[in-house]
Design a binder for this molecule. Structure first.
Ligand code: CO
Length: 582
């Protein structure tokens, strides 16, 4: 009887996908011993957004959280998610920082590090894999699953071979958007197993589109060894398929599943309570637990669709959604078919919107796309269209090698910068990963974590921080027809700030004036205009930081800036007034 194992994601991906990673340690401590005894292949408990959210909202030191979990779970392998050279963020860090981060993750209790790169550029995984192996950890080399003419099973198998030679002890197929169909999954796993029969294959997907259970079964038939699941009350929708259901189905089909069913019942009872609490306070939106097939229609992740809609809404151009949706695959092709995962999904989506609204393709280009075209994100799956690259970066030099090779070592400099504020190397790493957030955290820690006033009830789906899995609802007019559109927030949303007092209430603009409002909750990164200044349509007025991306808010029309309500650093909610143009 062939054995199939499960990874339990409730403390990381399910937590992140359904409740914006808001589960504090104290709330799950009492169930850890049960999870520890349940017999999972591993428990995914750290990395992804957990680190940021601990520092930003939960007043928890993420390192201490990890050590406490380790102490309660000595028998189960603890797993984390790492973005290769980006560690837990979206920029490339120098190698010494990546190595320190990996070494300290293992030192503090991690066994398995799942390492991926948004472009599937294995050079961005090499250092993290190497350091994991050196520290006695298990490096799970990860393929971001996507479809394109250049993403053939051959290229994926080639990637598996590269990752194996780098030291990966298993391969994870990561289907971020839940768009991998059962037969496609079967064929891909079979191709990998054909080439590397001994290499354990782990499958990660989300239930968003409803394919997940079917896809998992076909993966197992093709030889997959481990499946990512979440205990039932925290499963489904934007989370993973249910652990107990999967175990039942696998046993029904004759596979061996060594899970303790009693422990699963105890876990399910416990997390029913957690779910009820988060439903009650509105952080968990029931819609995010339901099936949404829109990703299948558009072939783009849900989080990306909501981004597109939100940007068009900002520009008063939601009637051009059809054009933007048609432009999206063209931009992706121009840029060499990047997998659509954060941050490339936001980058491609924003560019598609700019191309449609500017009336000329690549007339307006965001700074991330410029860096991407200079090779700073890594090697693209296919070459970037040379003419478009030339148009975007001109004669700027293109990074040929690994971008991190051009970065100065960063750990000692950050340590010196922090001085006595840092009590240990882990503090320095928190600071490097999230400088402002960590600085605020250290201050709070110094002050003994003064009770922060609880944020007022968030205006759900409007001004609330977009909890991962939460939805955006709009009625869209396309060619005279009305469509109800729902987008589901994807993986990156945990970085969105919690509801905080809005910078300025949106007042009705006077006649002849245009109010430029915040398209989404976030914070004001930069104000690029001042009262009295003449602006042209498309000029960037304010840069927001939302979902870890810089979002440029542009003038919808030409005119003179009457007043500027936005101020750098201020938190803004959807529809808060930023600038008035007269
Ligand atoms: Co995931």
């Amino acid at each position: 009887m062939r054995k199939v194992q499960l990874t339990e994601t409730v403390l990381r991906d399910a937590n992140q996908s359904l409740i914006a990673t808001r589960l504090p340690y104290d709330k799950f401590e009492s169930i850890l011993e049960t999870i520890n005894k349940a017999g999972f292949y591993s428990a995914e408990v750290w990395g992804g957004a957990t680190f940021d959210v601990c520092l930003r909202y939960l007043q928890e030191d993420p390192w201490e959280r990890l050590r406490k979990i380790r102490a309660k779970m000595p028998d189960t392998k603890l797993q984390m998610l790492l973005r290769g050279q980006n560690i837990l963020g979206y920029k490339h860090y120098p190698d010494d920082v990546v190595r320190k981060f990996v070494a300290h993750s293992i030192k503090n209790g991690i066994d398995i590090i799942r390492i991926f790169d948004a472009l599937n550029d294995v050079r961005n995984l090499e250092v993290a894999i190497d350091e994991t192996v050196k520290n006695g950890g298990h490096a799970s080399g990860t393929i971001c699953y996507t479809t394109s003419p250049v993403h053939t099973h051959e290229t994926f198998v080639g990637m598996v071979k590269d990752l194996k030679s780098m030291g990966a002890a298993s391969i994870c197929i990561k289907d971020m958007a839940g768009i991998m169909g059962p037969q496609e999954a079967y064929n891909l796993v079979a191709a990998i197993k054909d080439a590397e029969p001994e290499m354990p294959v782990v499958i990660h997907t989300h239930s968003t589109t409803g394919l997940a259970f079917m896809t998992y079964l076909k993966c197992v038939e093709a030889g997959a060894d481990v499946l990512d699941c979440a205990i039932s009350p925290m499963s489904g929708g934007t989370s993973q398929p249910a652990t107990e259901t999967m175990a039942f189905a696998l046993r029904d089909m004759g596979y061996q599943v060594d899970l303790d069913d009693k422990a699963l019942v105890t876990m399910a009872d416990f997390f029913k309570g957690v779910r009820a609490d988060f439903l009650k306070d509105g952080v968990l939106d029931p819609i995010s637990m339901a099936t949404d097939t829109q990703c299948l229609n558009y072939q783009i992740p849900g989080g990306m669709l909501s981004n597109l809609i939100s940007q068009l809404k900002q520009m008063n151009a939601i009637d051009r959604l059809d054009e933007a949706l048609a432009e999206t695959p063209k931009v992706r092709k121009d840029l060499g078919y990047p997998p659509l995962v954060t941050p490339t999904s936001q980058m491609v989506g924003s560019q598609a919107v700019q191309n449609v609204l500017a009336g000329e393709r690549y007339k307006v280009v965001g700074k991330e796309i410029k860096a991407y075209c200079r090779g700073e994100y890594g090697r693209t799956p296919a070459p970037i269209d040379p003419e478009i690259q030339k148009k975007i970066v001109g004669n700027a030099p293109i990074v040929e090698g690994r971008f991190a090779d051009s970065l100065e070592p960063g750990f000692e400099a950050a340590k010196a910068e922090l001085g006595a504020t840092a009590t240990c190397d882990e503090d320095v790493l928190s600071y490097i990963a999230f400088p402002q957030v960590a600085t605020a955290f250290f201050k709070d820690r110094e002050a003994g974590f003064p009770k922060k006033e609880a944020p007022k009830t968030e205006k759900k789906t409007e001004s609330a921080a977009p909890a991962v899995g939460s939805t955006f609802n709009y009625v869209v007019n396309v060619n005279g027809n009305q469509y109800a559109v729902t987008g589901v927030v994807g993986d990156a949303a945990a970085a969105a700030p919690a509801a905080v007092p809005a910078a300025a209430p949106a007042a009705a603009p006077a006649a002849g004036e245009t109010a430029v409002k915040s398209p989404m909750p976030g914070s004001v990164a930069k104000v690029l205009c001042s009262a009295g200044q003449a602006v042209n349509a498309g000029d960037v007025l304010v840069v927001l930081e939302a979902m870890k991306m810089e979002i440029e808010v542009s003038a919808p029309c030409a005119g003179t800036v009457k007043s500027v309500a936005a101020s750098a650093g201020a938190a803004v909610a959807t529809d808060d007034l930023l600038v008035t143009i007269g």
